[in-house]
Design a protein around this ligand. Structure first.
Ligand code: AMP
Length: 435
């Protein structure tokens, strides 16, 4: 649906009255038009309003809060070496290290023409590696909640001057049990601040959170409630548990998928699948919560550079990962929560680009599929797996005939190397396109 893509739907950045320094950074990035969430949110943030924004990853939500906040802090930008001249003015909380790093990198990019300091702190690495920068002073701090409290507790930083608070992916923060941490952090902040809450989904818990901590918030919404990105083609294949590796290899090769994130529900499955894919000569890396931070970052980095074809990931590890133009997401296992399905497939079809989400559904996952269909208000009828190519040589003759009783698909499946796979039949490839 490129006609109705996020980018085309909006006007121009010039209408948003951003400062020349920010405009220059946008030009450097090649951004031409604001996405709908940017168009809606930026003027409201500039006007000082609290916001409850419903926007999933891939809609340009990071710039929607980062650009106006940077602009508001621009008068405080200075090159002084005194820490007192660089108090934390904007605090962005994110549920995972990966998302925190990503948001931080975006802030650095958007703010590169102004002397504002920013940094990111997250768990899994030594506190003291982060302390010197905090002591030196930063205007923009991106943090995961637990690590922020560690630093606040050891008095490395003061949050007393925070004027802008962003809760990014608030639904996930609640899912991950961060509510007590959030409450403690909020108690350290001054009341007189502007708060922006971003969430892909809005349920009663999020609304309650917003009611307690936001002041007269405006609601901004870019997608229908609980809908997946319209630009993502969603395909479902039935596959028994024991056939899923074959099915995955078949889909990846038949559709010539250059890169995909493959989601599993558990770390155990992720590790096992990673090994199985490597044995089948598919270049795969695995990330999950038990991997060391350095391993996760390395795997992510290699994947972002295109050096790894498949990134096998659990939901939490993959949360918020932004990879430009990721063509495909595979649900090797359906998630237990339909919200996670929306999050997962939000990793493709970003900012107007087309994406593909393939789900491999075992018989005991059909209930999960039904819950997802209900949640996204869309039916996802299963389509056959892409066909396997018949053997190219030797030419098949009656004298070496395989018995008639063996169906053609099984004959070829037994003998074919994966490189001899055909492109999928038309109906599988064209099948259900979101309207
Ligand atoms: P986000 O939803 O913030 O994770 O952003 C998704 C992706 O869209 C990121 O790769 C951004 O760099 C990109 N992006 C954000 N805003 C724009 C824009 N106005 N034009 C083009 N790309 C954008």
């Amino acid at each position: 649906m490129s006609e109705s893509s996020a980018l085309e739907a909006a006007g121009s950045f010039a209408e948003l009255n951003l400062s020349p320094e920010i405009q220059r950074a946008l030009d450097d990035m090649g951004y031409q038009t604001p996405t709908p969430i940017q168009k809606q949110a930026i003027p409201l943030v500039l006007a000082g309003r609290d916001l409850m924004a419903q926007a999933q990853t891939g809609t340009g939500k990071t710039a929607a809060f980062a650009l106006p906040l940077l602009q508001k802090m621009q008068p405080f930008a200075n090159t002084s070496t005194s820490p007192a001249r660089h108090p934390v003015r904007a605090l962005v909380l994110a549920p995972t290290r990966e998302l925190a790093i990503q948001v931080y990198e975006s802030i650095v990019t958007y703010g590169k023409h102004m002397p504002l300091r920013s940094t990111v702190v997250y768990g899994g690495v030594g506190l003291d590696t982060q302390t010197p920068q905090l002591r030196a002073g930063v205007e923009v701090l991106v943090a995961t909640p637990g690590r922020l409290l560690d630093h606040a507790g050891s008095r490395t930083l003061s949050l007393a001057q925070v004027e802008y608070l962003v809760l990014d992916e608030a639904d996930r923060m609640l899912d991950m049990g961060f509510l007590p941490d959030l409450k403690r952090i909020l108690s350290l902040l001054q009341q007189n601040r502007q708060t922006l809450l971003f969430s892909a989904t809005f349920d009663d818990n999020i609304t309650r959170l917003a009611q307690s901590f936001l002041r007269d918030p405006l609601k901004v919404e870019v997608a229908r409630r609980n809908t997946a990105a319209e630009t993502v083609e969603q395909v479902v294949h039935k596959a028994r548990e024991e056939d899923k590796v074959d099915a995955l290899v078949r889909v990846v090769n038949a559709r010539e998928i250059s890169q995909a994130i493959v989601f599993t529900r558990t770390k155990l499955t992720a590790d096992r699948l990673g090994r199985q894919l490597l044995r089948r000569s598919l270049d795969a890396a695995v990330i999950h919560g038990d991997k060391a931070q350095s391993e996760r970052l390395l795997a992510l980095d290699r994947f972002k550079r295109g050096e790894t074809r498949l990134l096998v990931a659990t939901d939490i590890a993959a949360r918020g990962i932004d990879i430009a133009e990721l063509p495909c997401v595979v649900n090797y296992e359906l998630p237990y929560s339909p919200e996670d399905y929306v999050h997962r497939i939000g990793r493709t079809g970003r900012a107007g680009a087309e994406g593909l989400a393939v789900s491999l559904v075992a018989p005991d996952e059909e209930r999960l599929l039904a819950a997802i269909e209900k949640f996204i208000h869309r039916s996802l009828p299963p389509v056959p797996l892409p066909e396997v190519a018949p053997p190219a040589a030797p030419v098949w003759t009656p004298s070496v005939a395989v018995p008639e009783a063996v169906p053609a698909a099984q004959r070829s499946r037994r003998r074919e190397p994966v490189c001899a796979l055909l492109m999928p039949p038309v109906q599988a490839k064209e099948a259900p396109r979101p309207e």
